[in-house]
Design a protein around this ligand. Structure first.
Ligand code: NAD
Ligand code: DAU
Length: 342
């Protein structure tokens, strides 16, 4: 299969590209990424000399470029990872989320429709369903109720993708996954931020009471589900992806402290994220039953391996945390940490 993967220099996209190249050596992967702050060619170093991996630096909003790539490489499927992906940044400034996540997805859909015969897999998120109370789990039929600018943009993108399926007959499949962790995750997200701060003995900023619940999954399990949906999913269907691994944030942070040899005194309860979703939990029975998918990774072991990966990749972490990251960190945490309760 000839694939166009967008956002393939980011955290999950690069894991997916590496997985596809390992699994199906005959497949061509054209990797289109504009390399925002979150995109990093170092994540793809092992594919540097791979003739079946073609990297193209471009924006998914450049429709003509996308169309040219689809035609030129006889692309059979597009897997769209490219996005602005961080909720806190969407609270600071929403416009880039509308531009890339909605405008960019629309550009890809139009290009796919113009060429024809292309499967379109939209990589979406559990956050489109909103926030849960103490019980229950999101199903594919749960109504969309996004509550952050990020999730609003992802829900809009999902609606456009399905609209192109129903209106234009485009072959569309959507996956919606819960929180990912693993190597190469940009340290604005909870787990790598806490790991790297703990290594340096810096305070760990937990939003609010820290009892918000996320449903964690290893990035390789997510990529396996996407690959199965790509190759075996039914057109026009949505597949939830989650590993039944709900944890309060503060428990995850404490586990990281234990793995890095610290006690809980580094925790700082800082003012909460505005509109913070309280709990996510995914019902992924459909993916299990219809795609034969099963998560393989145990959380305790996966977290320990992730901590070890960050320990062994200090140079990578040092480079991604320079300059612009420091500015972002100060904007996001400077005032919060100054007002922190222990
Ligand atoms: P990331 O921020 O690590 O990577 C995003 C990538 O997209 C980067 O390489 C960036 O350069 C690229 N990109 C951004 N704007 C672009 C544009 N206009 N044109 C081309 N490339 C562009 O994100 P991630 O955590 O790897 O998430 C990937 C996808 O998975 C996103 O669509 C996200 O919504 C979805 N998702 C993420 C999670 C998670 O826990 N991280 C869970 C479920 C779904
Ligand atoms: O659920 C899937 C989503 O998971 C993806 O769609 C998003 O792209 C991805 O960023 C992630 O969103 P979250 O907002 O859940 O992830 P984040 O790592 O930012 O935060 C996880 C939880 O930890 C959340 O409840 C907020 C909290 N948190 C986060 C940070 C960065 C803190 O308490 N302190 C922090 O410093």
């Amino acid at each position: 299969m000839n694939l166009l993967v967008t956002g393939g220099a980011g955290f999950i996209g690069s894991a997916f590209v590496r997985m596809v190249r390992r699994r199906r050596p005959a497949d061509l992967v054209v990797n289109l990424d504009v390399l925002t702050y979150a995109g990093n060619l170092e994540n793809l170093r092992e594919l540097e000399h791979d003739p079946k991996h073609v990297f193209v630096r471009a924006d998914i909003r450049e429709r003509a470029t996308v169309e040219q790539l689809i035609r030129g490489h006889r692309i059979e499927a597009i897997v769209n990872f490219a996005a602005e992906s961080h909720v806190d940044r969407s609270i600071q400034s929403a416009a880039p989320f509308l531009d890339t996540n909605v405008g960019g997805t629309l550009s890809l859909l139009e290009a796919a429709q113009a060429v024809g015969g292309v499967r379109f897999l939209q990589v979406s998120t559990d956050e489109v369903y909103g926030s849960l109370g103490a019980t229950g789990a999101f199903e594919e039929t749960t109504p969309l109720a996004p509550r952050s600018p990020y999730s609003a943009s992802k829900a809009a993108a999902d609606c456009f993708a399905m609209a192109f399926h129903h209106t234009h007959g485009l072959d569309v499949v959507i996956t919606r996954c819960s929180n990912n962790y693993g190597p190469y995750q940009f340290p604005e997200k909870l787990i790598p931020l806490m790991i790297l701060n703990a290594f340096e003995g810096l305070p760990l900023p937990v939003y609010g009471d820290g009892l918000q619940v996320r449903d964690w999954i290893h990035v390789d399990d997510h990529c396996d589900a996407i690959d199965r949906a790509l190759t075996g999913g039914k057109s026009g269907e949505v597949y939830n992806v989650g590993a039944e691994n709900e944890r309060p944030n503060v428990d995850v942070v404490k586990a990281i402290l234990a793995l890095t040899g610290h006690d809980d005194s580094l925790i700082r309860h800082v003012p909460d994220r505005p509109g913070h979703d309280r709990r996510y939990a995914m019902d992924a029975r459909k993916a299990r039953e219809q795609l034969g998918w099963r998560p393989q990774r145990d959380f305790a072991q996966g977290l320990a391996e992730t901590v070890a990966w960050y320990r062994g990749n200090g140079a990578w972490a040092g480079r991604v945390r320079s300059g612009a990251y420091r500015d972002y960190y100060e904007r996001q945490y400077g005032d919060r940490l100054a007002r922190a309760a222990r």
